[in-house]
Design a protein around this ligand. Structure first.
Ligand SMILES: [Fe+2]
Ligand SMILES: [Fe+2]
Length: 158
């Protein structure tokens, strides 16, 4: 265990120096394709994080604590190293008002377009339970949108 911790620390140190070097040499804005790839990579890392945490719970429930630990360790790297480094490279986020507007755009899309279309498709295919779930989640996203909108109004009274 100790050996693993030491190698992780050494690895993190080398990653730090690598990213510092990259930051020093990459003053130009990222290409559109690089930004697109970072977005795609971040979606994958975020998905892997939550998927591995679920796998860890299943391993735990099946009486396999070592396997659960393996999944949790990987999940942690996906989120707190890979996603985090990619988010920094993309310079994800910024001012609270811009973050709220970005969040609102995502929630609005999910609320009025994505989940509604998914529900319609599932209904057409006879997947009625999933369709009902999509419609419920669509409503949640509308609530998130409203909360962000209210927070934005409080943040910058117009
Ligand atoms: Fe990863
Ligand atoms: Fe949401």
């Amino acid at each position: 265990m100790k050996r693993i911790l030491i190698s992780t620390a050494a690895c993190a140190a080398s990653l730090l120096s690598t990213s510092a070097m990259a930051a020093a040499t990459e003053a130009k804005p990222l290409s559109t394709q690089t930004q697109t790839n970072l977005e795609a990579a971040m979606h994958g890392e975020a998905y892997a994080n939550l998927k591995y945490l679920r796998y860890a719970d299943q391993a735990e429930a099946a009486g396999k604590p070592e396997l659960a630990r393996l999944f949790r360790e990987s999940a942690n790297i996906e989120a707190n190293e890979h996603f985090d480094r990619e988010a920094q490279a993309l310079q994800l986020g910024g001012a609270n008002s811009a973050n709220l507007e970005d969040a609102m755009a995502g929630e609005h899309y999910e609320n009025v377009t994505m989940y509604i279309n998914f529900a319609s498709q599932a209904e057409a295919d006879g997947d009625t339970r999933v369709a009902a779930m999509f419609r419920q989640i669509a409503i949640d996203e509308g609530t998130h949108y409203d909360s962000y909108k209210a927070a934005l109004a409080k943040l910058s009274p117009r």
